[in-house]
Design a protein around this ligand. Structure first.
Ligand code: ATP
Ligand code: MG
Length: 448
């Protein structure tokens, strides 16, 4: 009970002082029971939304979802959600209840919640009240739907992905009946918006160990990313690999740090392999699959309504992966210039995760080569930073003054000069660069 933060305690105490019941509920209680840090603290009460507003009249309140019973109470510049006990009405679209009904019974409110570990309330003294069976779930470390799982997934199909996600985040098993219902009802996910699917996929992927659910519920993931199905059991017939494409992908996901861009890149890095497969002398090859995979990744991420930056970063990593590192400073400078330091470091993480998921006999040696490359990148990056066009000792105006016509040519001159500086065969001094620009002009713009 000491773990309930002061602001949440204050809200609960004030509701009680006004004659209402108030409990902490849902994810916060689950996380407190597990000793995890809750993301947000939701409060449930028998006060109707107008009554909650009246209790906190002297504080700011927000009508976050008043028709669904939720009022935001602002304490210390932070909004806490206070929701009236409710039962959900009919679900006709597998997404949202057509209407909600407020109730004065905490039990009924808990019954409408998705999983038993999420259907527990805590009072100010730390006493717990949950739906029957919740204690067993924590003891057995399992996810179990409240009530009949088939029915609960039919009401709201997003719960399918939430269940899988909680299993990945908590390292819990999914209880057998609930698991069967997840497989059985997965097609209903087609009715869920891409934004909500994206949130759950990302939370699953960035969980500490998503492999067990990605394996056991791969049919569910293929429902939301159909391209994944092509990789299932796809034999690579290649001596550098010991897993089929999907299993290899899973290992790479597990072998990169739990950051969204990297985990997405890992999930999608080989997605185009099956489409590029050719056998030569009994060996499987995947010529050019990086580009195909990158194009597929882009389409998938756009479909999931990812922001432009994430689409660009993930696609770039997928397109750039799989090249044995050439360990010269020149190469490092060029890569740093192309990708920037953050992306190059991510690419190294991806490559490392990739080789660690290849056949046993190549893992050690390839990982060591990548580690050496990482060190070289760090040295180069520290020593001189990343040189960009704007860091050159001349700029576009200088180039125009040399008589290069206004237009794309100007940038082309600067890029070529930058390349030569990065390669080390030109010094970044004004006179040297002007000379090089002059040469370029003579060579390319013969009509001057
Ligand atoms: P987290 O915040 O860590 O993602 P959470 O369990 O707190 O997990 P929220 O989306 O914040 O998830 O929801 C708060 C609570 O509301 C849940 O714990 C659950 O009791 C209930 N809930 C949320 N979404 C659903 C749903 N789709 N169906 C039924 N109950 C739900
Ligand atoms: Mg929450």
């Amino acid at each position: 009970k000491e773990q309930i933060p002061a602001a949440a305690r204050f809200i609960m105490e004030r509701l009680q002082a006004s004659g209402y019941e108030a409990y902490l509920v849902g994810g916060a209680v689950r996380d407190l029971i597990l000793g995890r840090q809750p993301g947000d603290y939701d409060i449930t009460t028998n006060a109707l939304p107008e009554e909650t507003e009246a209790v906190f009249r002297d504080f700011g309140t927000l009508e976050i979802g008043k028709t669904h019973g939720t009022i935001g109470v602002i304490v210390d510049h932070k909004a806490y959600e206070v929701t009236t006990y409710r039962v959900d009405g009919e679900y006709t679209d597998h997404r949202r209840p057509d209407a909600v009904t407020f109730t004065r019974s905490l039990e009924q409110d808990l019954e409408r919640r998705d999983f038993r570990i999420n259907a527990v309330a805590m009072d100010l003294d730390g006493n717990l009240r949950g739906v029957p069976g919740y204690e067993e779930d924590f003891a057995r470390r399992q996810i179990c739907a409240v009530g009949n799982p088939v029915q609960r997934f039919e009401e709201d199909a997003l719960r399918i992905l939430r269940g899988v996600r909680f299993a990945a985040q908590l390292g819990y098993e999914i209880e057998a009946n609930t698991g069967r219902a997840i497989h059985e009802k997965k097609h209903l996910l087609r009715q869920i918006s891409p934004e909500r699917i994206r949130v759950e996929i990302e939370k699953t992927l960035t969980a500490p160990n998503p492999l067990p659910v990605l394996r056991e519920y791969r049919d569910v993931f293929a429902e939301v990313i159909p391209e994944l199905r092509e990789t299932f059991d796809f034999n690579q017939q290649n001596p550098f690999h010991c897993y089929d494409v999907y299993e290899h992908i899973l290992h790479v996901v597990g072998n990169v740090p739990p950051e969204p861009v990297l985990r997405l890149a890992a999930l999608l890095h080989d997605i185009g392999k099956p489409r590029c497969f050719v056998v030569k002398e009994n060996w499987g090859h995947f010529y050019g699959h990086e580009q195909v995979s990158a194009e597929m990744a882009e389409a998938i991420l756009k479909r999931l309504r990812y922001d432009r930056k994430t689409v660009k970063d993930v696609t770039e990593l997928v397109a750039s992966h799989g090249y044995v590192f050439n360990r010269t400073e020149k190469y490092v400078r060029r890569r740093l210039n192309q990708l920037g330091e953050e992306q190059l470091m991510r690419l190294i993480d991806l490559e490392r995760g990739d080789v660690l998921s290849q056949a046993e006999h190549v893992r050690k040696e390839r990982a060591a080569a990548i580690d050496a490359f990482r060190e070289l990148v760090q040295t180069v990056a520290e020593k001189e930073g990343v040189l960009k066009r704007k860091d050159l000792a001349i700029d576009g105006w200088d180039v125009l003054e040399l008589g290069v016509p206004r237009g794309p040519e100007v940038g082309r001159v600067l890029d070529e000069i930058l390349d030569r500086v990065l390669e080390g065969d030109l010094e970044n001094r004004r006179e040297a660069l002007l000379e090089a620009a002059e040469e370029w002009k003579k060579k390319h713009i013969i009509w001057y």
